[in-house]
Design a protein around this ligand. Structure first.
Ligand code: XMP
Length: 326
């Protein structure tokens, strides 16, 4: 039997009851697979890895070792939320690695988007590998592979460690949600008691704010981007747009314009608002944001964020514009 093929008879998980049944089955299966051995998991805080973590904590408790790598390109409060939920509330075995200086050091002066992605992806594997080598008794690697990953990669991702860990560091995989679609993962996450803010999260790219701090990343501009993005998210929560808009964020280009603040010349970066709707991220339309919301966001960002003196709205659908700027 091909374990990477979703059986035609498998019911779509849409209710708490179906999710609870799935969770009970997976707990039994994981226990049978793992026994009393240890399992490693890269926990980004995204929906898929968070749901896998919560499921495995239920199944095997402290036998699960979660590693959260903070690459310094997370959104405001994100790494803190992962530590608070998994270590403090769910009592998980969580290794927190602040690798900000390593990532930002390697990215210094690098402008090309694909080069930035390569550096961030490659360094992520190296940091994770270093943490994995600190344990000599881990046999399994858990992954938040979901069914679209398998469909898109012809099963390749499900057979190999994703991201290219070295040959001498290979694990048997534990992939409890690999036959689920994204909406089912969210239902299972809610049934596991994960907070809605985590389960219904908008997509966030692996390279994080690294591809939104346009051009060569500097710490001051990255900081401004993170603060402006936090204000956008807060205001979208307040007016309810966070419930309907698929993806929304700020990008900050590497250019300044002249402004005036407190009667003095004030050169600053623009913050660009992008808010899009899509089904599959292949095409995207622009969300209409009420002007009063735009004015409030503009007032807050320009008043509260050091270094930003203008707020712009990106009205470009995909195509022609990709969702991310880089
Ligand atoms: P684009 O910019 O290609 O984005 O229209 C489509 C969707 O993919 C996300 N995205 C990424 N996700 N690593 C990721 O994990 C990446 O390098 C990456 N680039 C884009 C983007 O946020 C959007 O949801």
């Amino acid at each position: 039997m091909d374990t990477n093929k979703r059986p035609d008879t498998m019911e779509r998980i849409t209710t708490k009851e179906l999710a609870d049944k799935f969770i009970a089955e997976q707990i039994a299966q994981v226990k049978a697979q793992v026994g009393n051995k240890k399992v490693l998991l890269a926990l980004s805080g995204g929906v898929d890895s968070s749901v896998v973590a919560a499921l495995l904590i239920k199944a095997i408790g402290k036998q699960l070792v979660c590693v959260h790598v903070n690459h310094g390109l997370m959104r405001k409060g994100e790494s803190e939320a992962v530590v608070e939920l998994f270590r403090n509330q769910l009592d998980a075995n969580l290794v927190y690695v602040d690798a900000t200086d390593r990532f930002l050091g390697l990215l210094e002066g690098v402008c090309a988007p694909e080069e930035k992605r390569k550096i961030i992806g490659g360094e992520f594997i190296r940091v994770f590998e270093e943490e994995a080598r600190k344990f000599d008794d881990i046999d399994f690697l858990a992954q938040g592979t979901i069914y679209p990953d398998i469909l898109e990669s012809d099963g390749v991702k499900a057979h190999h460690n994703v991201g290219g860990l070295p040959e001498d560091l290979q694990f048997e995989l534990v992939e409890p949600v690999k036959l689920l679609y994204k909406d089912e993962v969210r239902v299972v996450g809610k049934a596991l008691g994960l907070p809605e803010a985590m389960v219904d999260r908008q997509p966030f790219p692996g390279p994080g704010l690294g591809v939104r701090c346009l051009g060569a990343i500097t710490r001051d501009r990255l900081h401004a981007l993170r603060e402006a993005d936090a204000i956008l998210r807060e205001e979208f929560d307040i007016c309810g747009l966070s419930k309907t808009v698929w993806q929304y964020f700020i990008a900050v280009p590497d250019m300044k314009s002249v402004g005036v603040k407190d009667d003095k010349r004030y050169e600053g970066w623009p913050a660009i608002i992008r808010a899009v709707n899509t089904k599959d991220a292949m095409t995207a339309t622009i969300e209409e944001i009420p002007y009063e919301v735009l004015h409030k966001i503009t007032n807050r960002i320009t008043a509260e964020v050091d270094g930003i003196n203008r707020v712009l709205l990106d009205l470009t659908p995909k195509p022609v514009g990709t969702i991310e700027w880089e």
